[in-house]
Design a protein around this ligand. Structure first.
Ligand code: UDP
Length: 239
């Protein structure tokens, strides 16, 4: 349908932790560069790409560091963390000659554009890489939910979820060698078995919009293109 691609317009969700590289927190420039080069490869195959990046490498509303804080305030700090990551990825992508726009759910006009759906669509049509920052703009949500929401708003053909392993397992394969790996799952199975892929709100949203979730290894070179062409390791969640 789309040449070598199974999906043309995509939303790529990366957790904040994926940007840490070997570190314990924060942003590793080399890792940003590597992920950016993967995005570039996907773009050169004709994909229209948008990104949602988490903030867990800097701050999480539910973390011990937020103990004693009001949850909403802590969550706003988490959303600000995603803006930092968005700017880091923007830099990495632009250093490779790609055109990008950061659109924030919380207005910060000195550093990025406010999120306006029609504007985001226009950027994508023009071949720009759109980075959605500040999650949904609401506390008590996650960037997984933001990813599902933006994927639906943009009419994406798929939501690509980068993880540390090569797909979805019945249990954490790093601690349980018996864990079973899945090539395909239905949304229903993910919800019923409470599999730790994305949170339930995100799964429900993608299910309602009929957007497949492609879970693939972000730590492996070629992971993004592999997920897009169907040639690399991935678990596909659809009906
Ligand atoms: N967050 C929020 N609303 C959103 C998205 C994110 O309040 O719509 C906050 C929340 O505190 C969360 C933090 O931002 O803990 C970082 O996002 P997330 O934990 O999803 O990042 P990831 O785990 O993907 O790195």
């Amino acid at each position: 349908k789309f040449g070598p691609l199974k999906y043309r317009r995509i939303l790529l969700k990366i957790s904040g932790e994926a940007l840490m590289g070997g570190g314990q927190y924060g942003i590793d420039n080399e890792t940003c560069q590597r992920i950016a080069s993967e995005v570039k490869d996907a773009k050169e195959l004709g994909a229209e790409i948008s990104l949602v990046i988490g903030g867990g490498n800097i701050f999480r509303g539910v973390s011990p560091a937020a103990q004693g804080m009001e949850r909403a305030s802590a969550d706003y700090m988490g959303m600000l963390a995603t803006v930092m990551n968005a700017l880091a990825m923007q830099n990495a992508l632009e250093s490779m000659g790609l055109f990008t726009r950061v659109l924030s759910a919380i207005e910060m006009t000195a550093i990025c554009e406010p999120y306006i759906r029609r504007r985001a669509l226009r950027h994508m049509e023009k071949g720009r890489i759109v980075i959605f920052a500040a999650g949904t703009g609401n506390p008590f949500f996650t960037t997984d939910t933001a990813a599902a929401l933006r994927a639906a708003e943009m009419g994406c053909d798929a939501l690509l979820k980068g993880t540390q392993v090569d797909g979805v397992y019945s249990d954490d394969p790093k601690t349980n060698p018996e864990a079973e790996r899945f090539d395909h799952l239905s949304y229903h199975e993910v919800l019923m078995r409470d599999l730790k892929v994305m949170d339930q709100a995100a799964i429900s949203l993608t299910r309602e919009s009929n957007i497949p979730i492609v879970v693939f290894p972000i730590g492996e070179r070629g992971g993004v293109v592999g997920a897009l062409t169907g040639k690399g390791p991935a678990t596909v969640i659809s009906d």
